[in-house]
Write a protein that binds this ligand. Structure first.
Ligand code: TMP
Length: 206
């Protein structure tokens, strides 16, 4: 049987990495056959594209180029990593996917939903996630948690107003039943429990 595909989304500092680590530990202990990956990245070529996109020196990169690079790295990642794992029946857990493009490039950069749909047609045709876990914390609180933005990262250094727009973009994605906000107001253990319960209620894990 084909595997399931779940993604994690959230603003910078929302705790995705911590929660992915905790979920991985749980899945391992439960004997689930799974892989984790990330976007942009996840394969050698896609990680190289990631370095270009996030390089702080490329201040003149236009929004369309940025969106296309994310989409290009995504196609390569799907073909090399996601599709083979799903075909082998594995659960795929990915840190960010096309919803990041909707929130960051479509909404916050203002390119619009249709533009993102067009350039991500390959991903959207067959790889819409079965479930998206959205770590719901406003950027102001998220940046406070991680003690400010990383200025060498082209995206992180966009400023609070930009990241607040990203958050609003994410909120619009709640129109999709697969897109599920998770309360992160408690400690990391409580959030991990909330995520585990969500995965169970959506029949992703038993
Ligand atoms: P990360 O730091 O969570 O790995 O993500 C890298 C940055 O790329 C982060 O600022 C979010 C951004 N991003 C987009 O703007 N669009 C996308 O499609 C993806 C996957 C990430």
């Amino acid at each position: 049987m084909r595997g399931k595909f779940i993604t994690f989304e959230g603003c910078e500092g929302s705790g995705k990495s911590t929660q992915l680590k905790l979920l991985s530990e749980y899945l391992k202990s439960a004997g689930v056959d799974f892989i984790t990956s990330r976007e942009p990245g996840g394969s050698e070529i896609s990680e190289d594209i990631r370095r270009i996109i996030l390089n702080g020196k490329y201040t003149s990169m236009c929004d369309e180029c940025e969106a296309l690079l994310y989409a290009a790295s995504r196609v390569q990642h799907i073909k090399e990593v996601i599709e083979p794992a799903l075909a082998a029946g594995k659960l795929v857990v990915c840190d960010r996917f096309v919803d990041s493009s909707f929130a960051y490039q479509g909404y916050a950069r203002g390119l619009g939903e249709q533009f993102i749909k067009n350039i991500n047609a390959f991903a959207l045709e067959k790889y819409t996630p079965d479930l998206t876990v959205f770590l719901d914390i406003v950027p102001k609180d998220a940046f406070a948690r991680k003690h400010g933005a990383d200025d060498s990262d082209r995206m992180e250094k966009q400023g609070l107003a930009f990241h607040q727009k990203v958050y609003e973009g994410y909120k619009q994605l709640q129109k999709y039943p697969r897109f599920c906000p998770v309360d992160c107001s408690g400690d990391k253990w409580q959030t991990a429990e909330n995520i585990k319960n969500l995965l169970k209620s959506r029949n992703i894990i038993k």
